[in-house]
Design a protein around this ligand. Structure first.
Ligand SMILES: Nc1nc(=O)c2c([nH]1)NC[C@@H]1CN(c3ccc(C(=O)N[C@@H](CCC(=O)O)C(=O)O)cc3)C=[N+]21
Length: 291
């Protein structure tokens, strides 16, 4: 039986609708509009698309956003100066510096410079540390998006074996930790595989839930997937001008119980979770008067 398609576009829209109500309530109570500052260095076309979808998404839930576009020739010092200015601007609650940055800029220096309270990507070491200790301030956007997709599709992680492919700081590493935390959406048994894992298929075939975030187009083939597994595809690769995931969707969907498409799967969820973090950031930075 072909797999059920997990509709990330729809689930993200439902998330945004719920969030819009919370934003309206927050603004009515405090007079504050949550505000995201997105910083884009250079003119990578894919990055431009993502950043403009983030701005549109902000508007759709009643939040404000500013886009700071800097030329590819911007120095690291100039970028750090902007980040510092945004850190000190009380009208801005969240800062997102779009990755990848040009090669002459050290992304770690920029992430370290972003104030942890404004770090809505959850990339700062302090926020990653809090997450891993099970007391998150922000949840990392793509991993949280994966968690919400599973929950909304009725797939429990409790006691399940989740195999994560890819150990990036943005997806694989935080996702593996999030799923292993105690509590709902967690309690999974997690195996973290990567490009150097020997006999990777012997691991992926044991997965109840398989998450592909390895950055290689169509890497996961049908023979790597157990019959009835749930497959989540985090990949966003350009292949012959087309957006494809890390999963060979057609063959794998014949075997899986449920699967996310690319586009229309994890991608829209990432943005919805970013908006959620921006509201959290505004709450944490807004002093409420106790009456
Ligand atoms: N500081 C930072 N934070 C990020 O969260 C971040 C980043 N840098 N750099 C790049 C990656 C990638 N990323 C995506 C977000 C949305 C879609 C998305 O919505 N994709 C649509 C399709 C979009 C299209 O057609 O190109 C979909 O999958 O349906 C994809 C990828 C966020 N990233």
């Amino acid at each position: 039986m072909p797999a059920r398609i997990i509709d990330g576009k729809l689930i993200a829209q439902q998330s945004r609708e719920a969030l819009a109500l919370q934003v309206a309530e927050f603004t009515a109570e405090t007079g504050v509009t949550p505000r995201l500052a997105a910083v884009l260095v250079g003119d990578d076309p894919a990055s431009q698309v993502y950043v403009s979808s983030k701005q549109k998404a902000c508007a759709s839930v009643g939040m404000a956003s500013d886009l700071f576009r800097l030329p590819a020739t911007t120095t690291q010092a100039e970028l750090l100066e902007l980040v510092d200015r945004l850190n000190h601007d009380p009208s801005i609650h969240g800062i997102l510096v779009q990755l990848p940055l040009p090669s002459h800029i050290d992304p770690e220096a920029v992430l370290d410079a972003t104030h942890p309270m404004k770090d809505v990507d959850c990339f700062h070491a302090e926020n990653v540390g809090l997450l891993i200790q099970g007391r998150p301030r922000y949840l990392p956007c793509t991993p949280h998006g994966v968690q919400v997709l599973l929950e909304a599709s009725g797939v429990s992680t409790d006691g399940a074996h989740v195999v994560v492919l890819g150990r990036s700081d943005i997806v694989g590493k935080p996702l593996a930790n999030l799923l292993a935390l105690k509590g709902p959406g967690g309690n999974a048994t997690v195996t973290l595989c990567h490009s150097r894992t020997r006999n990777i298929a012997s691991f992926t075939r044991q997965a109840d839930i398989l998450v592909a975030a390895i950055g290689q187009p169509l890497f996961v083939k049908a023979d790597m997937v157990r019959e009835g597994a749930v497959v989540i595809d985090v990949g966003t690769n350009r292949l012959d001008g087309k957006l494809v995931g890390d999963v060979a969707f057609h063959e794998v969907s014949e075997k899986a119980a449920a699967i996310t498409p690319v586009p229309g799967g994890v991608g829209p969820m990432t943005i919805a979770m970013l908006l959620k973090n921006t509201l959290t950031a505004a709450r944490l930075q807004t002093k409420t008067i106790v009456r």
